[in-house]
Design a protein around this ligand. Structure first.
Ligand SMILES: NC(=O)c1ccc[n+]([C@@H]2O[C@H](COP(=O)([O-])OP(=O)(O)OC[C@H]3O[C@@H](n4cnc5c(N)ncnc54)[C@H](O)[C@@H]3O)[C@@H](O)[C@H]2O)c1
Ligand SMILES: [Zn+2]
Length: 344
């Protein structure tokens, strides 16, 4: 902006901040060299899924926006995991009907999936992502150096979303992950860069070329997510999103095989990859979820349909790299698939 300084509010994830305590000072220092930018505050707030389950964090960010006179011509920059990005994104989308948001993800999952997307949300009525908007960020800055402090469970969570998008879109990328599983697990820099870049690109391509605001019922990027969302809720969010996604995908892969869509050798390859990474692909909660009914449907699937809107549409696989949509589930096949998963 000509003659006026641009105000910036920085919102930072406490879990990240605690392991990068110099960063706040470095950021303040950086701003002293960029006089046209005015850093109003570095607001440090807890991260993790819990913050999506109440409105406290949302309100505290609205309050910061209000107290520091952040307007549509200012920016909020959010440094944190997918949960904080979701809450902060919702706060920015709604305060003054839209404040530009710079997303600076600090988890693998947020870098390779969520930050590149257009969604934000909080959980409500004990339902995942019940309140939110579709609002693209102003920009996204990925710096894989931030990942060095990430714990193992969060590392695996990010890998699960990369496998998901490879499975529905890109067999070569699946092959890449398969051939480099040890390097990825051991956080080899080049392998991680490639994982983040290709996964974010595939997510972005889908959003940019398809149905960014989800007007149709098809939701391929939510492959494995009908069970994943139910698992997160059922476990009171003790199972992390990416962990739940891995189990949800494994179940739908097994279903795809037993329903006759996916060849057996490809099913086995996918399950082997999950095992190599050390994912848990079966939780006893999954039995309860499949046996709970609403309107003669599996309740979790019915809630997923309501969340998507329109006709029930679940993505399954007809091959590695090739997703397909189905509109009904054969309960007997689903139960059998879960039993097979239990002993796989
Ligand atoms: N909006 C979307 O399109 C979209 C897509 C996928 C997932 N999501 C959502 O993202 C959320 C999961 O996000 P997540 O997996 O990034 O986890 P998270 O944001 O819940 O963070 C997990 C933990 O890691 C900490 N943390 C963050 N960065 C760290 C770092 N570099 N080092 C050490 N600790 C760090 C956080 O403080 C938190 O305690 C879920 O709510 C999920 O629904 C949203
Ligand atoms: Zn997800």
């Amino acid at each position: 902006q000509s003659n006026q300084e641009t105000k910036i509010l920085l919102v930072m994830d406490q879990g990240f901040y605690d392991l990068h305590t110099n960063l706040a000072d470095e950021i303040k220092q950086w701003f002293t060299f960029h006089k046209h930018l005015h850093l109003k505050n570095i607001f440090i707030v807890s991260g993790g899924e819990e913050i999506k389950n109440s409105q406290d964090t949302l309100q505290s960010i609205w309050n910061e926006i209000h107290q520091h006179d952040i307007c549509k011509h200012s920016f909020v920059a959010c440094i944190g995991g997918g949960s904080l990005l979701d809450v902060c994104g919702f706060a920015c989308a709604t305060a003054h009907r839209g404040i530009p948001l710079i997303r600076i993800p600090t988890t693998l999952l947020a870098m390779d999936d969520s930050a590149a997307g257009v969604k934000n949300s909080i959980n409500y009525f004990h339902k995942k992502n019940f309140i939110g908007t579709f609002t693209p960020p102003y920009c996204v800055i990925n710096d894989i150096k931030f990942l060095e402090s990430l714990g193992h469970r969060d590392w695996l969570s990010g890998i699960a979303e990369a496998i998901k998008v490879a499975l529905i879109r890109d067999s070569a990328f699946f092959h890449y992950i398969e051939s480099n599983d040890n390097l990825i697990l051991n956080r080899d820099k080049d392998a991680v860069l490639k994982l983040v870049e290709r996964s974010a690109e595939l997510h972005l391509n889908h959003i940019a070329s398809g149905d960014p605001f989800e007007r149709t019922s098809s939701r391929p990027l939510d492959f494995g997510h009908w069970m994943a969302h139910a698992l997160e809720q059922k476990s009171n969010y003790s199972i992390k999103h990416g962990e739940a996604v891995a189990a949800g995908i494994a179940l739908d892969v097994m279903y795809s095989f037993h329903a006759g869509f996916l060849p057996e050798d490809e099913c086995n390859r996918i399950l082997k990859l999950f095992r190599n990474f050390g994912f848990t692909i079966y939780y006893s909660y999954m039995e309860d979820i499949i046996h709970e009914r609403k309107n003669n449907q599996v309740k979790a699937m019915e809630e997923f349909r309501e969340h998507l809107g329109g006709e029930l549409t679940i993505t399954m696989l007809e091959g590695i790299g090739k997703g397909m949509d189905i509109h009904s589930i054969q309960l007997a096949v689903l139960i059998r698939s879960l039993q097979e998963l239990k002993i796989a």
